[in-house]
Design a protein around this ligand. Sequence first.
Ligand SMILES: Nc1ncnc2c1ncn2[C@@H]1O[C@H](COP(=O)(O)OP(=O)(O)OP(=O)(O)O)[C@@H](O)[C@H]1O
Ligand SMILES: [Mg+2]
Length: 494
Amino acid sequence: MEIRMTDINKSFGDVQVLKNAGVHVKEKEIHALMGENGAGKSTLMKILTGVYMKDSGKIEINGEVQEIESIRDGENKGIAFIHQELNVLNEMSIVDNMFLGKEIKNKFGLVDKTTMAKLAKEKLLLLGLDVDPNTLIKDISVGKRQLVEIAKALLMEAELIIMDEPTAALTDKEIDLLFKIIRDLKEKGVSFVYISHRMEEIFELCDEITIMRDGEFIGQKTIAETNFDEIVSMMVGYDLDDRFPRVDVEPGEVVLSVKELTHKGKFEDINFEVREGEVLGFSGLMGSGRTEIMHAIFGNIPFDSGTVYINQKEVKINSPIVAQRLGIGFITEDRKNEGLILSFSVAENTVMPSLRTFTKNKLIQKGQISEVVAEYIRKLNVRTPNQTINVGNLSGGNQQKVVIAKWLITKPKLLILDEPTRGVDVGAKKEIYEIINELKKEGVALIVVSSELPEVLGISDRIAVMHEGKLKKIFDIKEATQEKIMEYATGGGV
Ligand SMILES: Nc1ncnc2c1ncn2[C@@H]1O[C@H](COP(=O)(O)OP(=O)(O)OP(=O)(O)O)[C@@H](O)[C@H]1O
Ligand SMILES: [Mg+2]
């Protein structure tokens, strides 16, 4: 399917988010769409799929001008959209989810469960997913949910599949499988629009790229004729040098130490410490236990044995409230489920963990809140029209900045950041690193869990490497390299 979108304009209220935006996707092509957080990528694709109506502009499908009136209309025209925040309903079964609104009826007008399950199974098997279609969505991994969404696209015989940040929550293995499936489908004639902030993926997978900035079309290139630096400068509008600004701080007292922490089946005999003004990176493959350790320290999940010390004093952290009182902040990797309430405003979300400090004689100090929120919106360069808009209306990366802001306001002495730059554009990544540096200078102890090796190497002072629930090695930054970390992360290097 060939798609050409030209001069697309779209405003929400009095904010114009698309200004003469466009994209040209050819047949049998994987087309990357890149741009900073809030550039308008998701909005442009929502217009193509009938989620939003354009204010003006032209959409051509296979050379013919078309209007896309509704989501159903888009689907009927063969366009499938796999959303940034997966759209599947967790309490539903795989098959009900795949046939939602398109149930097959038998001659008595009853929903034909057997046929639906059979067709669903067929498509799932095509993707190598051998599960019972009656399994509930919440009982399968995020990677598999992604495949269910693709199976759904196959079911409606989509000729164009749009993927908005599909790999954000996938393991390396799942990513490999996803890429293989995308390539196979391309061979069969399906076109793709692929949105991602991970540059390596774009170079590995895509044929062409369109770059957007501030709602505008900036340029289109074939992947073969462009490079990392060119794409970045088109995205941000200037050359971005020094991706990892580093400050050196003499570490102070030990803030957190963890001794023999064990949770059977998740992690075992974990020992480490973090000092004031120090960044301890946590590396390892997805599922190696990094995130679980952080949840245990923060009191979200229990552990079987071991001891946690804050400022050399043994502490029992059995809930996040206790953790927070002890001065611990935790920016989780899953902002949708743990970080934000999407139907609350930017301001409400930002002050949620620190609300106590804004309360005087049981009265909430509204003026003070809006001042502080404004300060952090500025500091973190959160792109939002105002503080009262629902956080769910912000772009994915800007939601991430709100999560960071809310923990910064609590002024923690230990801040744990789990994949803080996932879904965040290159420019904003650098802003986050600079914030980490500021905190370092203020003497905050920092733990940064990250799957991106250049990032861990770029910002950490020491790097802990996990493999299958065990902490295999803690490198000093001077001796750490990508190769050495990978060696330990995959079970080698003893
Ligand atoms: N329903 C809405 N109401 C108001 N503003 C919106 C709405 N949807 C999107 N916006 C705004 O439109 C702009 C573009 O958002 P969009 O989600 O398209 O960005 P994006 O390029 O996908 O960014 P990201 O990489 O962070 O996902 C943002 O400033 C966002 O706040
Ligand atoms: Mg988006």
